[in-house]
Design a protein. Structure first.
Length: 254
């Protein structure tokens, strides 16, 4: 879904700036792609001339490659227009910067849910994403095209959790069940799919970049992918209030 732009971060009370996260330069990649297409096209045309291709066919070949070059340029420019060129982190929200004049500003209240996605690769590497769902139904995905994505997504998740904790605590006290994806939290305890764990029956809960694991009194571990858990830092903050410090192992926040 296309985001609706707002003029500037000053149009909403985002508070003091915390840090700016610029994206890698896209122009270098665009020029490299265009030059590669030009080089390949030039090579094909040169070979055609050497092979003695007749002028009518040569004109068709050149015209085809011009259309190809223009198509590639249009695709790349469209990608540049929609690409994130930076993210500003503020005390009270974030500003996602796209094309000049098309910044998208969100306060913490306008972020409904967020996910810390991790896609494992070979040799222990991983792709990291921050997926944000807003209160008006929009989705924003920030990827490792931002060099500081690992730090950014953790800080966004922590600040969002700090802002939402008081209101969420009140909702639970009033009997509401909070949804964290596969987990559901209530005054009684945690539920994972069809299993229910009362607070008193939980031995420990461990938060890692790739797994959230509940260790219940039945001695079994109940792991769940962190990528599937919405608002994982808010869930960790709740658990920290209900369990003893030695029962919480939050390795995400390290």
């Amino acid at each position: 879904m296309k985001l609706e732009p707002v003029p500037t971060a000053m149009s909403k009370p985002l508070g003091l700036p915390v840090q700016h996260y610029p994206a890698r330069s896209l122009w270098r990649s665009i020029w490299a792609a265009v030059l590669a297409v030009l080089g390949i096209s030039g090579l094909i045309i040169a070979l055609a001339l050497l092979e003695g291709v007749q002028p009518p066919w040569l004109a068709i070949l050149i015209g085809t490659h011009i259309v190809l070059i223009l198509s590639v340029a249009a695709i790349l420019l469209n990608h540049l227009r929609d690409a994130v060129i930076g993210v500003g982190l503020f005390q009270n929200g974030i500003e996602v910067q796209r094309a000049p004049g098309e910044n998208h500003v969100l306060t913490w209240d306008e972020i409904e849910h967020l996910w810390l996605k991790t896609v494992p690769l070979r040799m222990g590497a991983a792709l990291r994403q921050l997926v944000i769902h807003t209160s008006d139904g929009q989705e924003i995905i920030l990827t490792d095209k931002l060099p500081g994505i690992a730090d950014l997504r953790l800080r966004v998740a922590k600040l969002h959790a700090q802002h939402q904790l008081a209101a969420a605590r009140l909702r639970v006290a009033q009997g509401e069940v909070l949804d964290f994806g596969p987990f559901r939290l209530s005054n009684a305890g945690l539920a994972l799919h069809d299993e229910h764990f009362e607070w008193a029956s939980m031995r420990s809960i461990k938060f890692e970049e790739r797994l959230v694991s509940v260790h219940a009194s039945d001695t079994k571990l109940h792991p769940q992918l962190t990528s599937d858990v919405s608002d994982v830092m808010l869930l960790a903050a709740f658990c920290a209030e209900r369990l003893h410090p030695e029962q919480i192992d939050n390795q995400i926040d390290r």
